[in-house]
Design a protein around this ligand. Structure first.
Ligand SMILES: O=C(CO)[C@H](O)[C@H](O)COP(=O)(O)O
Length: 232
């Protein structure tokens, strides 16, 4: 699949997911190129159809895009609930477990998701996999002692790589932390790995999103497919 085809599938998933947002709702808005299509469509509906809803964003990037369309964005601590959060993902398996954080927004994404009544992911079909882990697993770490965390991960065989920007400097998250990507190839026991990572001093959060997602909207050449998690 080339990039243009992948973008077309991402866009179709984003437009389909935008239908979930109705007047008066409080919606969590994720981060990434797929979510950009979602926000474009919501912005169109705000401007052309008078849609009124409140958004809570998972990154400054999404906040800027949404506010550019006149979408009302509030702080997460200023809402008493979030009806639905729509976000992208890097991989998702048949158990609705996935990897997020390719865009370095995993911490805010997990906080917004955890506080949402419903979580919907929008992906193109290439992200649906049998076993997660081919996509390097992002882990957000505090800059102080990050090198020591990397050494610990090396000792555990996690193949860590500190994420760098185009200038060779460590990528900074919206919380000013670093991201370490674990090149694991296959994650056979995601729960055990999640426990191990979150119990490592210096780790703020990891990109394993387990038992959280209610629905996945998959951009497919035959039209968007909605997968519903019957275990939730
Ligand atoms: O987790 C994320 C950002 O932290 C994104 O949702 C994920 O990387 C998917 O991005 P894209 O829609 O650009 O493929």
């Amino acid at each position: 699949m080339d990039k243009a085809q992948q973008d077309a599938l991402k866009k179709a998933a984003g437009i389909e997911a935008a239908k979930l947002i109705q007047n008066g709702m409080i919606a969590g808005l994720g981060t990434g190129s797929t979510v950009r299509f979602l926000v474009d469509e919501l912005g169109r509906r705000v401007q052309e159809e008078g849609l009124e809803f409140t958004g809570v964003t998972t990154s400054r990037r999404t906040q800027e895009q949404a506010e550019g369309y006149g979408i009302k964005i509030v702080d997460i601590d200023d809402v008493d609930h979030i009806d639905v959060t729509i976000d992208g993902a890097d991989e998702v398996d048949k158990n609705f477990n996935g990897i997020k954080g390719g865009g370095a927004a995993l911490l805010w994404e997990k906080i917004v998701a955890t506080n949402s009544n419903k979580i919907v992911w929008i992906v193109d079909e290439s992200k649906v996999v049998d076993t997660i882990g081919k996509f390097p697993l992002p882990v957000e770490v505090i800059p102080f002692g990050a090198g020591q965390v990397v050494k610990r991960f090396e000792a555990r065989g996690y193949k860590p790589v500190l994420r760098l920007d185009a200038e060779g400097k460590p990528v900074r998250t919206d919380e000013n932390n670093y991201v370490v990507d674990l090149h694991l190839e296959r994650i056979e026991h995601p729960e055990a790995l999640a426990d191990d990572l979150i119990n490592t001093v210096g780790v703020v959060e990891h990109g394993l999103f387990l038992h959280m997602v209610d629905q996945v909207i998959v951009g497919d050449p035959n039209g968007p497919r909605v997968l519903t998690n019957s275990n939730k």
